[in-house]
Structures are given as structure tokens and as C-alpha cells.
Design a protein around this ligand. Structure first.
Ligand code: HEM
Length: 267
């Protein structure tokens, strides 16, 4: 049963664990380099801190440390852990599947590669299960988003097969999980001299290189920026500065009957 087999321990019969571990370290370095280059290029972090400093001037209330901790904890539990920004519905469900799937897949990979990647290792079945289930969740969540929910398809009536640079992240993410799953399955069949599993191992490696090597060009780094932005937004709401935006109107909502005819989806 592939769900219980550590694919990296089987791979270790032909590839040294040191090689796999170095690959993981190289991917982490690629994430750091890509994110730093992105920060330098977009100047987004500089803008973020300048904006936060400017907004502070219009704060109507000084938050105590306790209040700040409470706002930050609520942000972690709601905005970050459940992506509440996406509202209720399929968009959020798809994101949660993909996000937690990826987290499980990456943790499973790291643990199996660093702790149980000797052919003689006895991997507790918990880790291969986490890895395979994470990959399946990522493929479902990412596929759901890519085929049905991304703005081009959902709102702009573009065909699902139209690929642009903005799809780099989601496609590389889904590809790495999908190729990982297929490779693990084929390898578990003990094909020996057949080529199938090796082809998917190469595809698995290439898709990881694209995913982690493409951080500068893709939306990868949103997983670091979004939590920071959510914390700042909620702190700015609590201290009354509201990022220098006007307060919400408390006038009755009168938008005419048309507003309820269709979900807002034409951007
Ligand atoms: C391991 C962590 C994460 C993964 C793997 C992940 C994955 C993804 C993917 C694949 C997309 C679609 C990108 C596209 O537009 O092509 C996406 C979009 C998005 N993510 Fe994440 N994400 C993660 C963390 C987060 C966090 C922590 C937040 C917020 C706090 C967040 C908020 C969003 C939002 C608002 C979108 C836009 C969704 C939409 O257009 O429907 N993500 N994410």
C-alpha cells in the first residue's frame, strides 16, 4: 500500500540520502533568495513599513501590549489559519485544501528525507500518510482553483487551458504534488529496470526546481506577505488609524435591485 511507504527510503537504494538532503537545503536557499529579490524589486516591505508609520500618526487610540497580543492572536487564528480574507465559500475551501495540503506535504518530505531516508530506515507510517494525503489535498485544492476559480476563468470567461505567468505558482505547486504521487506509486510497484518511475522522479525534481526557483516570478511569497499584511490591517483597525482610509458608512445599503441578481464576479 503506497500510502504507508516512504518513497525516499526506497529511492535511497539508488540515490544517497545526502543528495536528497542537499536538494532540500538548496530549495530553502532558493526560497530565501527569490523572496529577498522580490522584496528589493517591488520595494513592498519598505512601502509596508512607511505606510504603517504614516498611518500610526492618525491613530485615535494607543494599544496596550495585551491588546496588541489579542489582535495578533485573533489574526493568526482567523485571517491566517483559515484564510478568512476569502470569505465563506469555494474559494476559501479550495485555498485551505491547497494550503494545508502543501504544509503537510512539505513537513512530511522534510521529516522523511532528514530522519528516515536510509534503505534500512523504519519509517513510522504516520509520515508517508501525511505526505501522500498532503499531496492529494494540494492536487484537489490547486486543481479546483486552477480549473474553476481563478479570475481569468471564473470572471473573464477565458478557457481553462490559457496559461499566463501568473499561473506559475499554482501550476508548479500542483505539478510537484501530482508528479510526487505518481512517482511514489510507480516506484512502489517495484518496476526495477522499467523507466516509468524514473521519468516521474525527473518530473518531480523539475517541478520542484520550477516551484522554488521561480519564487521571484511567481506568487509564492504571498504566503509570507499575506500574514504580515493581515496583522497590520487588524492593528490599524484596532488603533483607529484604519490605514488612513475613511470609516465605513453606516448609511442603509441602497444599491438597487440589480445588486442581488448575480454574485459580484466581473472585475
Ligand atoms: C503554504 C501556504 C500557502 C499556500 C501553498 C498557498 C497557495 C495558494 C495558491 C496556489 C493560490 C492561487 C494563486 C493564484 O492566484 O494563482 C493562493 C492564492 C491566495 N492565497 Fe495562498 N497559500 C498559502 C498561504 C496563504 C496565507 C497564509 C494567506 C493569507 C493569510 C493566503 C492568502 C491567499 C489569497 C487571498 C489568495 C488569492 C485567492 C484567490 O484569488 O481566490 N495564502 N494561495
Amino acid at each position: 500500500m503506497i500510502l504507508f511507504a516512504n518513497p525516499f527510503a526506497i529511492l535511497a537504494e539508488t540515490v544517497s540520502p545526502i543528495f536528497m538532503q542537499s536538494f532540500v537545503v538548496a530549495m530553502v536557499i532558493l526560497i530565501i533568495i527569490g523572496t529577498l529579490l522580490d522584496i528589493i524589486h517591488k520595494k513592498n516591505v519598505k512601502y509596508f513599513f512607511e505606510n504603517a508609520k504614516k498611518a500610526k500618526l492618525s491613530a485615535t487610540k494607543t494599544l496596550t501590549t495585551g491588546e496588541k497580543i489579542s489582535v495578533i492572536s485573533k489574526t493568526i487564528v482567523s485571517d491566517i489559519a483559515t484564510t478568512s480574507e476569502l470569505g465563506a465559500g469555494k474559494r476559501r475551501a479550495a485555498h485551505l485544501l491547497g494550503m494545508y495540503g502543501t504544509i503537510l506535504f512539505w513537513i512530511g518530505s522534510a521529516i522523511m528525507i532528514f530522519c528516515y531516508s536510509n534503505p534500512s530506515s523504519n519509517t513510522p507510517s504516520f509520515w508517508p500518510i501525511i505526505w501522500h494525503v498532503g499531496a492529494i489535498m494540494t492536487v484537489i485544492g490547486g486543481g479546483w482553483f486552477w480549473f474553476f476559480l481563478r479570475v481569468d476563468v471564473y470572471s473573464e470567461a477565458q478557457p481553462w487551458y490559457r496559461i499566463i505567468k501568473a499561473d506559475l505558482f499554482v501550476l508548479a505547486l500542483v505539478a510537484s504534488s501530482l508528479f510526487g504521487l505518481i512517482w511514489s506509486y510507480l516506484q512502489s510497484l517495484n518496476l526495477n529496470d522499467r523507466w516509468d518511475d524514473k521519468v516521474f522522479l525527473v518530473l518531480f525534481i523539475v517541478s520542484n526546481l520550477v516551484l522554488f526557483g521561480g519564487v521571484y516570478w511567481s506568487k509564492f511569497a504571498h504566503m509570507f506577505y499575506k500574514p504580515g499584511a493581515a496583522i497590520q490591517k487588524n492593528l490599524a483597525e484596532a488603533d483607529g488609524s484604519r490605514d488612513n482610509l475613511p470609516p465605513e458608512s453606516d448609511a442603509p445599503k441602497q444599491f438597487g435591485l440589480g445588486i442581488t441578481r448575480e454574485d459580484p464576479k466581473h472585475y
